[in-house]
Design a protein around this ligand. Structure first.
Ligand SMILES: Cc1cc2nc3c(=O)[nH]c(=O)nc-3n(C[C@H](O)[C@H](O)[C@H](O)COP(=O)(O)O)c2cc1C
Length: 244
């Protein structure tokens, strides 16, 4: 599976080291951010050596320390699928960064948006950021506590889908990779459906959960090993007929 190792080892990291990110890695991430932003028609911007939006207890509620770099995911309000696309491509960047042995964390709430230096047009806003940087090998005690607090109620595979018949192996493989995906507060709000042979994914509240939808769709696609998604809540997944 593409990104197998990254999917298996990724977890949210909230303590960052002062060691700067290798120059070559910064260039690689910047190039990918540009490429994915163009593909999706959204802005994905890398902010390096600027942790102002996370400094002080009040801005990150004490959850983060040492943040010095982050990726800004800029929503285009004229495109109703832009948050979902940011979820999909933002998570692809997370997996690339994980392959480069960097730590990451999606952050929707615990930072100060007004201190992010992004130039925004009137139809744009910051949907989320992803912190990125060098991290200690082992999680700190605080990181372990946050992890166990957010993972108290992780969903089983059976709680993640509805179907009208036995699901194929590639569908189950897709779901097991979705189980390892990050989601806001670890709510895992995305449901998958297998009905009349058609696969789709949906959330109850698209205004809150579209980033999670895009992230989960990417993980499903990686696990299924082939196929493409249509954008949108409730949209279909197209698995190649010759592989069924
Ligand atoms: C869209 C989104 C927003 C998030 N916002 C925050 C946040 O504001 N603060 C935070 O500490 N973690 C945040 N997280 C991280 C989640 O808490 C984390 O992904 C979840 O608990 C699962 O843990 P894991 O990433 O270690 O697997 C966010 C994750 C996502 C996907």
């Amino acid at each position: 599976m593409r990104f197998q190792r990254a999917v298996d080892v990724r977890c949210s990291r909230r303590k960052y080291l002062a060691t700067p990110i290798d120059y070559g890695f910064v260039n690689k991430l910047r190039q990918l951010a540009e490429e994915y932003g163009e593909k999706a028609g959204v802005k994905i911007l890398l902010e390096i050596k600027n942790g102002e939006a996370f400094k002080g207890f009040k801005k990150s509620y004490g959850l983060f320390s040492g943040v010095n770099n982050y990726i800004g995911l800029i929503e285009n309000k004229n495109d109703k699928n832009s948050k979902e696309k940011l979820g999909y491509y933002g998570e692809l960047l997370v997996l690339h960064a994980t392959d480069l042995r960097l730590g990451t964390c999606w952050v929707g709430g615990t930072f100060d948006r007004s201190l992010c230096p992004f130039e925004l047009a009137s139809n744009e806003s910051i949907a989320c950021v992803i912190t990125v940087g060098n991290v200690p090998n082992d999680k700190t005690l605080k990181e372990k506590l946050i992890h166990s607090a957010t993972h108290r109620h992780s969903k089983s595979l059976d709680e993640m889908f509805v179907s009208d018949s036995t699901v194929p192996k590639w569908f189950s493989r897709g779901l097991s990779v979705v189980q390892k995906a990050p989601s806001a507060m670890n709510r895992q709000p995305v449901m998958f459906s297998f009905k009349n042979g058609a696969v789709s994914a949906f959330v109850k509240d698209p205004s809150e959960e579209s980033l999670d939808l895009g992230i989960a769709k990417l993980h499903f696609e990686l696990g299924a090993g082939a196929g493409v998604w249509d954008w949108g809540n409730g949209a279909e997944f197209h698995y190649p007929v010759n592989r069924r």
